[in-house]
Ligand binder design. Structure first.
Ligand code: HXC
Ligand code: NAP
Length: 267
């Protein structure tokens, strides 16, 4: 008997009839979520700033046969965000799932960080998540499946993150937003959860925060399971939360990190 792949765990039509919007869906974990959601039948709206990256992502998804709309926009721009939501609703008749994945990060000691460097990351990670949640509310409320918001955060938003204090602070804010909205939006049937990835191989995040700085091996030694994750590990957790199996889950932190948060020796 052949060993089933991770994607075989769920049925092929798991997300059929649903529309999912993924911010930063053109690369890395966001693209991984797009691929998995497309393979389960969801219609997709992907955002990012770079049109060429979006076009390449659309081309890679084409063989999966699901409708994909890409919109170049910056999550920091509220008016542009409203336009993205309007486009999603116009094209697909509604919105069921919002994944706030876009983020910015760079390693920098706090005392060397400029106010603009701090602001750039907080604006993308925290204010960008505000923008999409706020603009998507009416559409998510109208979802016949019960709207879903999945915010991609980090365990370092709880532990703190020496060298990335801006990202840790922004993700802590997102974590608090998730928990607040889970309660506020419960009466509207909207489930709001965090997914916390550990280090995921082949991503820009792992590259710029660890590998490019010669810290890849050290980061690997912090993972209890002794391996980096795959984008599918994160995407399949998101698929579960977005599916009918996630109906009674809201306000949770789904940590998908190989036990990295427990074994986090910083020095
Ligand atoms: C110090 C830096 C810097 C660096 C930028 N800045 N990079 N400071 N060290 N390496 C400063 C700039 O000098 C500027 O401040 C301010 O930040 C804004 O920079 P811009 O380039 O003008 O901003 P912008 O074009 O908006 O780009 C945003 C960005 C960029 C965050 C700086 O890196 C970006 O677009 N990143 C998106 C992709 C990304 O980061 N992916 C990884 C996510 S990983 P001054 O004062 O000079 O004007 C993640 C978790 C990873 O979140 C976990 C791994 C396990
Ligand atoms: P990535 O490959 O750099 O992807 C980031 C995506 O967001 C890209 O599509 C990027 O496209 C887009 N983006 C960035 N800034 C944007 C902005 N201002 N407006 C709109 N789109 C923007 O990053 P990743 O490593 O996959 O990380 C994805 C998420 O997972 C982030 O939330 C990150 O914090 C989290 N995470 C990652 C890891 C990891 O190991 N990689 C671990 C824990 C948590 P453009 O550049 O074209 O805009």
């Amino acid at each position: 008997m052949s060993v089933p792949s991770k994607r075989d765990v769920f049925r092929k039509d798991l997300l059929a009839g649903r529309t999912a919007l993924i911010t930063g869906g053109s690369s890395g974990i966001g693209f991984g979520i797009a691929e998995v959601f497309a393979s389960y039948g969801a219609s997709l709206v992907l955002t990012g700033r770079d049109e060429q990256k979006l076009a390449a992502a659309e081309e890679r998804l084409a063989p999966l046969g699901t409708p994909v709309v890409t919109v170049a926009s910056d999550v920091r721009d509220y008016a542009a965000t409203q336009a993205v939501i309007a486009q999603a609703v116009e094209r697909f008749g509604g919105l069921d799932i919002l994944i706030n994945n876009a983020a910015g990060n760079f390693n920098c000691p706090f005392e060397k960080m400029t106010p603009n460097g701090w602001r750039a990351v907080v604006d993308i990670d925290l204010n960008g998540t505000f923008n999409f949640c706020h603009a998507a509310f009416e559409a998510l409320k109208a979802s016949s499946h019960g709207g879903r918001v999945i915010n991609i955060t980090l365990a370092q938003g709880v532990s703190g993150w020496p060298g990335s204090s801006h990202a840790a602070s922004a993700k802590a804010g997102v974590t608090a937003l998730t928990r607040s909205l889970a309660v506020e939006w419960g009466p509207h049937g909207i489930r709001v959860n965090n997914v916390l990835p550990g280090p995921i191989s082949g991503t820009e995040g792992l590259r710029r925060l660890y590998e490019d700085r010669g810290e890849g091996e050290k980061e690997l030694s912090r993972v209890a399971l002794g391996q980096f994750g795959e984008t599918d590990d994160i995407a399949l957790s998101c698929a579960f939360l977005a599916s009918p199996a996630g109906e009674f889950i809201t306000g949770c932190d789904m940590t998908v990190d190989g036990g990295r948060w427990l074994k986090r020796q910083w020095l």
